[in-house]
Design a binder for this molecule. Structure first.
Ligand code: ATP
Length: 443
């Protein structure tokens, strides 16, 4: 028998991390004699949910009695943690009440339940909820009642704390069936260090980034920022993202840092664009993430705070698209858009103001922009004619002859943009957003 375990909503802005709670739980269950099957999973859900703490991440893993290939998935205090490629289905002793005790104990020790926004939940399921639960949780707002009904139908064991909202993420994390996927290797700090400045050698991160090509978002070269370390006081030292577990283990070895307690590898939906839905503008709803194709209707302008906005239209309606201040130099790209440019905009939808928070754009066609360099010449008098006002054409001052607007001399202005993708820098990237590097490079 193989059991699925999902856990969510255990951290707060002041500390904690659901992946760390998962790490501790996994280590304890292995000590109790259980095996982990496959890779533990870190599943990001709808990034536009207003009640998320930070990255809206939940975790899941499978336990049972392992068979098949052994996989190195982590380490604690120098001891290697292995999982198995398969679980044995027949007659194994699995004591659900023992597993529940371990999880509840860990929640009691590590979850920040005193924070009003922390509403932990865990699920233990023999039967998996099907993938559309994940699909809805990554793209929409899902109700807790629907999730509880489903868990009851599946005869799952579950427990919610406080308002029980964590059950939503815990269930979604179990139901994720990877189509596209990446991995993240997370290292955990010694407890004495939590909340102190992380010691990570910047040059070693750059070196690792340049050497292990199948990793991504390690360093923000435009803003000179190490991206593998979080800013919160949580137990994570750093997390490296990439395509392959082995490369991540190699990458970890290259990072020079303070000593850490251990690490764990997660299979994840980060960097997959799983949250994105193709929409016509009139269909767009708040709290979803979309890709929408349209034409620039109103040229970009900057508002207080440095946010840059333009308006996009399609045959159904129009909507504002915003590159917020934290997207830094990406705003310079957006400022170069002109009325008539055809593009796809990817991003999350805010309710108030109703706008797409841009994650990336794909320019499909740039309009030709012409600038007038000379008024037309009068055919009779051979002198430049005078404009009669915007859109009203030209007239010769001497003989009164007239010419239309289009008879002036124009030159084409060179556009600073090219057709193709442009994305926010790594420092502004959402966990789920697919980096352009992943769109084009097949490793
Ligand atoms: P991280 O661990 O990355 O910091 P987070 O702390 O930002 O994640 P949580 O603390 O897990 O996020 O809070 C998100 C809450 O929203 C959880 O209770 C989760 O169950 C719930 N949730 C997640 N996705 C949805 C959804 N699509 N609809 C409704 N509730 C959701």
């Amino acid at each position: 028998m193989v059991l699925w375990i999902g856990i969510d909503d255990t951290d707060s802005k002041d500390g904690g991390c659901t992946t760390y709670l998962g790490y501790r739980t996994i280590c304890r269950l292995i000590k109790e004699g259980y095996d982990i099957i496959g890779y533990p999973r870190l599943v990001r859900l709808n990034p536009n949910i207003p009640w998320k703490t930070r990255g809206n991440g939940a975790i899941s893993f499978r336990i049972g009695r392992g068979r098949g290939k052994k996989l190195l998935v982590g380490e604690i205090e120098g001891i290697k943690i292995f999982s198995y490629s398969e679980g044995s289905e027949n007659g194994d002793r699995i004591d659900i009440s023992e597993i529940k005790t371990v999880i509840e104990d860990e929640i009691k020790t590590s979850a920040f339940l005193s924070d009003e926004n922390t509403n932990s939940g865990y699920v233990i399921a023999k039967k998996r909820p099907n993938r559309d639960v994940y699909e809805r949780c990554v793209k929409e707002v899902v109700s807790l009642d629907d999730i509880k009904d489903l868990l009851d139908k599946l005869e799952a064991e579950y427990k919610g704390y406080k308002n029980c909202r964590g059950l939503i993420g815990a269930t979604a994390a179990i139901s994720w069936e990877p189509v596209d996927r990446t991995f993240e290797l997370i290292t955990y700090r010694y407890k004495e260090r939590w909340g102190t400045k992380r010691e990570i050698d910047e040059s070693s991160v750059i070196e690792m980034d340049k050497t292990v090509d199948s990793t991504f978002d390690n360093y923000d070269y435009e803003n000179n920022k190490v991206m593998i370390a979080p800013n919160s006081p949580c137990p994570v030292l750093f997390g490296i993202r990439g395509e392959y577990p082995d490369d991540l283990i190699r990458a970890k070895e290259m990072v020079r840092s303070e000593e850490y307690m251990g690490w764990l590898l997660f299979e994840t939906n980060q960097g997959t664009d799983d949250h994105i839905r193709r929409r016509k503008i009139a269909e767009i709803k708040p709290y979803e993430s979309v890709v929408v194709e349209g034409v620039v209707e109103r040229e970009p302008y900057t508002i207080k705070g440095g946010h840059v906005i333009f308006r996009l239209k399609d045959e159904t309606s129009s909507i504002d698209c915003t590159a917020y201040e934290p997207t830094k130099n990406f705003r310079d790209v957006i400022k170069e858009l002109r009325v008539g440019d055809v593009l796809e905009v990817y991003g999350g939808v805010r309710e108030e103001p109703f706008t797409i928070n841009i994650e990336k754009i794909r320019i499909k066609r740039l309009v030709e922009i012409k600038e007038k360099i000379e008024n037309p010449l009068c055919d009779n008098c051979k002198v430049h004619m005078k404009s009669m006002g915007r859109g009203k054409g030209y007239r010769c001052r001497k003989c009164g002859a007239r010419k239309s607007e289009s008879e002036a001399k124009f030159q084409t202005i060179e556009r600073k943009l090219k057709e193709g993708f442009y994305e926010v820098p790594p420092c502004a990237r959402r966990h789920l957003s697919k980096p352009i590097k992943r769109i084009f490079i097949r490793f």
